[in-house]
Design a protein around this ligand. Structure first.
Ligand code: CTP
Ligand code: CA
Length: 224
């Protein structure tokens, strides 16, 4: 566990990060999910650790190894994500960063047995999942909260709206309509918004971007 001792921007600060997709079971062999790779969340975990933070990752199913010195709690569903993230915040959290691509809906019921095909058409009843980030941000003991917003249109408008609605301190907006950035890619380009300010970051590797984001988050956290 080698840490760059020059960088102490987050020394002793407790950071909890959600990452990756969730999977919502339909039956014993099927699920609803999305293309999230978890790369942005894992890159932020590494950058925060290198800045001296005590980092906990709450991670959905991904093909990534945990950065050295980072505690990882693995989860499957959105309900698990809320439970594990809440427990991690209960244990002590100064900054909460939600990069996970949580499934907004889950099947109303999970069939006990594999569903057999019968009719030509078939409909699946879905119900809304709990919002981990909004739940954490609404706690009386809420940490400094940072959300992500993946949008395809009106990026600034939707991101600012999400920040206000969920009562966040910052939001990192991704334009996922741009080819080669965002979901499942190695690169990302984002604009960060906070009440009264914004900063754009040009396309670069998620690892490089994570270092800059951790710098900006530390600055705003210190000023809060
Ligand atoms: N988020 C969460 N739990 C959910 C849904 C979202 O913690 N059930 C978090 C994400 O990790 C992200 C932020 O909320 O940091 C915004 O997620 P996003 O999917 O962009 O926003 P939603 O509020 O779900 O709105 P929509 O998908 O309709 O745009
Ligand atoms: Ca969503």
């Amino acid at each position: 566990d080698r840490i760059n001792t020059e960088n102490t921007a987050l020394a002793g600060v407790r950071v909890v990060i959600t990452a990756g997709p969730t999977r919502e079971p339909i039956d014993p062999v099927r699920y609803i999910s999305n293309h999230s790779s978890g790369k942005m969340g894992y890159a932020l975990a590494m950058a925060a650790r290198q800045a001296g933070a005590e980092v906990t990752l709450v991670s959905g199913p991904v093909n990534l190894t945990a950065p050295a010195g980072v505690r990882v709690h693995t989860v499957v569903t959105a309900a698990d994500m809320l439970a594990q993230a809440s427990a991690a915040v209960d244990d002590g959290c100064d900054i909460f960063i939600a990069t996970a691509a949580v499934a907004d809906y889950r099947p109303a019921t999970c069939a006990d047995q594999k569903i057999k095909k019968s009719a030509e058409d078939m409909a699946l009843a879905l119900v809304r999942n709990p919002d981990t980030l909004a739940t954490i941000a609404a706690r009386p003991d809420a940490p400094f909260t940072v959300g992500f917003a993946a949008e395809t249109t009106d990026v600034a408008h939707y991101a600012n709206d999400k920040m206000q609605r969920k009562k966040l301190n910052m939001i990192v907006a991704n334009d996922v309509s741009c080819p080669g950035v965002g979901f499942n890619s190695d690169d990302n380009a984002v604009t960060v918004f906070w009440p009264g300010g914004q900063q754009a970051f040009a396309t670069e590797s998620k690892a490089g971007l994570a270092v800059r984001l951790v710098e900006l988050i530390s600055e705003r956290f210190r000023g809060s």
